[in-house]
Unconditional design. Sequence first.
Lengths: 222, 244
Amino acid sequence: MSAFGAALKRELLVLWRSPAEMINPLFFFVMVISLFPLAISPKPEVLAVIAPGVLWVAALLAVMLSLDGLFRRDQESGVLELLLTAPVMAVVPVTAKLLAHWLLTGLPLVLVSPVLAHMLQLPNAVLGTVMLSLLLGTPALTIIGAIGAALTVGLNRGGILLAVLVLPLYIPVLIFGAGVIRAAAEGGAVNGILAILGALLALTASLGPLAVSAGLKISSGN
Amino acid sequence: MLGSPRYFYTFSSSVLPWLTPIALVTLLAGLVWGLGFAPSDYQQGNSYRIIFIHVPASSGALMGYMALGVAGLVAVVWRMKMAEVMLKAIAPFGAALAAISLVTGALWGKPTWGTYWQWDARMTSMLILLFMYVGVIALQNVIRDPRQAARAAGLLAMVGVINVIIVKYSVEWVQTLHQGSTLKLFGESTINPAMKYPLLISMLGLWLLYAVNVLMRARTEVMWRERRSKWVAKLVTRPEKGEQ
C-alpha cells in the first residue's frame, strides 16, 4: 500500500473511533445557525437576506473550531515527530490527514446544509448552489486553518489565538462562498463565482499542505 | 555581512545618527508644505489635506507587510538570524500605520462621503491588513523560543502576503466607492503638482522614519538575543574608574 493510502487509512480510523470529533462540529453548525432566527427575526423575508452569510459564517467557524485539536493528539503521543522524520516527505501524511479530516468533519456540513438553507427560507432552486459552494469552500477552509493549527500546535492556548491567525485568511473564501449563494438567490450567474471558489481551492490544495508541513517542522523545533 | 548581528549593530550605529534627522526633517517639511501651503481643493476645500497623512500611512502599512513577507521567506528558508530579528522589528510600526490609515480615512470620509465608515474595497483591505499584523504580532508573543517564534511568524507572513493580494481583488468584487488612485508611478498623475510634491515628500519622510524605527527595534532585539556574547557585555559595561 502506498504511503498516502496507509496514512489516509490510519487517519480515517483514528477519527472514526473518536466520533465526538466528527459530531461536535456538525452540531455546532446546526446550533449556531438556529440562533440567528431567534436573535434577529423569524420573518422569512429577513431570513432569506441573511441566510447566505449565516450559513457561511457558521460553516467557517465550525471548520475552524474543529481544527484546534488537529495535530494535538499526534503531538502528545509522539506520532507527529515520527511523521516528520519518516523517510517519506512530510507533505504526504499531512495531505492524507487533511483529506481525512475534511471527509469526516467538512463533508457532513455540506450534506446537512440544504436542510438548514431551507430552514433559513432560501428558495429550493438555490439549494444546489449552497451545497456546491460549501463543497468547494470547506476543503479550502480546512487547509488554510490547518496552517494556523500547525503553527500553534505546541501552545496550550489554541482557540482564540488560532482564530486571530486564521480568520483574516478565511476572508476571500467567505466573500466568494457567500457571494455565490447571494447571486443565485437573486437569479444571477453563478458559474464564474464558483470557478473562483474552485481556483481558491486549487491554490490552497496545492500550496497549503507544503505550508502546513513547514509549520509543523517549525513548531517541533527542527 | 549584514547577516551578522554584531556587524548589523555597528553598521546601524553609524547610519542612525544621520538617518534619523533626515527622516524627521523630510517628514516635517512634507507635512508643513502640505498642511500649510499647498492650495486647497476646489471640491473638498481644506478637508482633503488629511491626504498628506492618510496616503503615506497606508503605503507604509502595505510596504511593511510586504517586507514582513520577504523577511519571513528569508527566515524560513535560509534561517538567517537577522531576518528573524527584522520580522520582530517591522511588525509594530506597520500595525500602527495601518491603524492610522484607518482612523484618518474615517475622518476624511465624514466630510467627503458623509460617513465615517463604508465597507468599500480599500478600507476593508486595510482593516484586514491590520488584522493580519495583529496575527503576526500575537504569534510572536506566545512562542517562547525567539528563533522558533520568528520562523512561525515568518511563515504566517508569507501566507499573509498571498492573502493580501487575494483579499484586495475579492473585496473589489464586492463593489467599491473609494476614489481611484490619483498618484501613478507611470503615466500622468491626476493630482495637481502643487499637491503632488508635498505628498511625495511626506511619503518619503514617513518611509524613512519607518526605517529608523525598524533599525532601532532591531538593535534592541539584537542586544537581547546576543546578551550572553562578549561584544554585548563589552558594550553595556562601562569600564571602572582607574581601569582601562
